[in-house]
Design a protein around this ligand. Structure first.
Ligand SMILES: [Zn+2]
Length: 208
């Protein structure tokens, strides 16, 4: 989550985590989705419920082609036939396919297609208060990732685990990436195995 107004993907348990870091879920104006794997979208249904019944401010989703159909299927899976009859009419939502560059909720962004198995992923470079933030979602450490983080003030990039990690980036590749971009401040997420000394133990709000 960035600037209290942007969400970058929506893994579970999103809603309680927003409350824990003191963010009002109603303040989120746009959600950037990198791809549709479950660990990146399954926190969204409870958040959407909040945005329908507790705080019905407008919300925009930006993501890969087909984002509207994909998310509507997820909402329908979550609430069955009541989605269309009870929930959908109250939901002030816009679905936008990510462009190469665009603007959402007053934030300028560029998108970069990344390598992530058969599904692929879209990384974002977002201008936030004069700083350039790069966010990878899931990616292999290939050439498009270099392009994504190049010149960024802050890069939020996955580092899945030590050694061989299929369709993802290993810790070793993450370390090398950081070395190649010494002026960029890196935050590594998506750690699925292994333990890292110095890793944060809980949620943290970071000011950059
Ligand atoms: Zn994935």
């Amino acid at each position: 989550m960035v600037d209290g107004r942007l969400l970058l993907d929506g893994g579970a348990p999103l809603l309680p985590h927003l409350h824990r870091v003191g963010v009002d879920p109603g303040d989120i104006e746009a959600v950037f989705l990198t791809h549709f794997h479950g660990d990146h979208v399954l926190g969204l249904p409870p958040f959407v419920l909040h945005r329908i019944f507790i705080d019905p401010r407008p919300l925009t989703f930006v993501g890969p082609a087909g984002i509207g159909d994909h998310l509507e299927q997820l909402w329908e899976l979550s609430w069955g036939h009541e989605w269309k009859t009870l929930f959908r009419p109250k939901f002030k939502v816009k679905y936008l396919t990510a462009k190469r560059s665009g603007s959402v909720a007053g934030y300028d962004y560029e998108s970069v297609k990344l390598d992530h198995g058969a599904m692929g992923s879209i990384g974002y470079r977002i201008q936030v208060n004069g700083k350039l933030i790069a966010y990878s979602g899931d990616t292999e450490p290939t050439a498009p990732l270099e392009k994504l983080v190049s010149g960024a003030d802050v890069a939020i990039v996955e580092a899945t685990g030590p050694g061989e990690v299929v369709t993802h980036m290993s810790w070793e590749a993450a370390r090398d990436l950081k070395k190649r971009h010494p002026k960029t401040r890196f935050f590594f997420n998506h750690l699925y195995s292994g333990t890292v000394s110095g890793a944060v133990k809980d949620l943290q709000v970071v000011f950059v």
